[in-house]
Design a protein around this ligand. Structure first.
Ligand code: PGA
Length: 249
């Protein structure tokens, strides 16, 4: 059985004190669940978050990572630096990284390789823009994003991969893909993995949906057979909302 996962992407929100306060609230109200629950605070809070969650099932994830091991890359953070503060998981390919920081599929393929070499878990994000969907190009686009960044991986490396389908038009906009649109795309993603690898591998991969997930719509989205959880932005910044979404899975 593949894992159910609810992950909170805090983006560039919450300083150290705010991180500690939100973690304390999450720890108090986390329900018993079979799902993996993860949060991705900003780099400067990762160590404190890891320390604060040592005795909790909530896992800590980094939001980004450089592809090189070390060197003259001012302002960047490497895989080993992230691992050195206890964190073993990283979000790669988020649409904001692609749009504002020029991260393309070729760069993301390198980042994925570096994460795998370092035995890290990767939450790999991808998804189409509104124009792609309007022109009916969304399946092709998603297939090319997967092919260019992930399909060079050996089958064995996929045990480290979690996919997060995030249609760009639904991120932070309040507009969610309908549960049917999410299911349709997740089914397509699983089929594409099966064609490039095999059905067993495709069935083992958790595919999260991301884009304006809230307590009010989470249950319906999570009820779809190929939706294995969510990557949550805005609604992960309030303990009550995030816990509401965890309860929906
Ligand atoms: P949102 O963001 O939930 O605020 O739409 C999701 C994401 O960017 O991962």
């Amino acid at each position: 059985m593949r894992k159910k996962i609810v992950a909170g992407n805090w983006k560039m929100n919450k300083d150290l004190a705010e991180t500690q306060a939100l973690i304390s609230d999450l720890k108090k109200s986390l329900p018993a669940t079979d799902a993996e629950v993860k949060i991705a605070p900003t780099f400067t809070s990762l160590y404190a978050a890891f320390q604060a969650l040592k005795d909790s099932p909530i896992e800590v994830v980094a939001q980004n990572m450089h592809q090189e091991a070390n060197g003259a890359y001012t302002g960047e953070i490497s895989a080993s630096m992230i691992k050195s503060v206890g964190v073993n998981s990283v979000i790669l390919g988020h649409s904001e990284r692609r749009a504002y920081f020029g991260e393309d599929d070729a760069l993301l393929a390198k980042k994925v390789d570096t994460a795998i070499e370092n035995e890290m878990e990767v939450i790999f994000c991808f998804g189409e823009e509104l124009d792609d969907r309007k022109s009916g190009n969304h399946f092709k686009l998603v297939e090319s994003q997967l092919k260019n960044a992930l399909f060079h991986l050996k089958a064995d490396a996929w045990k480290n991969i979690i996919l997060a389908y995030e249609p760009v038009w639904a991120i932070g906009t309040g507009e969610t893909a309908s549960p049917e649109q999410a299911q349709e795309m997740h089914e397509f993603i699983r089929k594409t993995i099966a064609e490039n690898y095999n059905q067993d591998l495709a069935d083992s991969i958790s595919i999260l949906y991301g884009g304006s997930v809230k307590p009010a719509n989470a249950e319906e989205i999570f009820s779809k057979p190929d939706v294995d959880g969510g990557l949550i932005g805005g609604a992960s910044l309030k303990a009550e909302d995030f816990i509401g979404i965890v309860k929906a899975i």
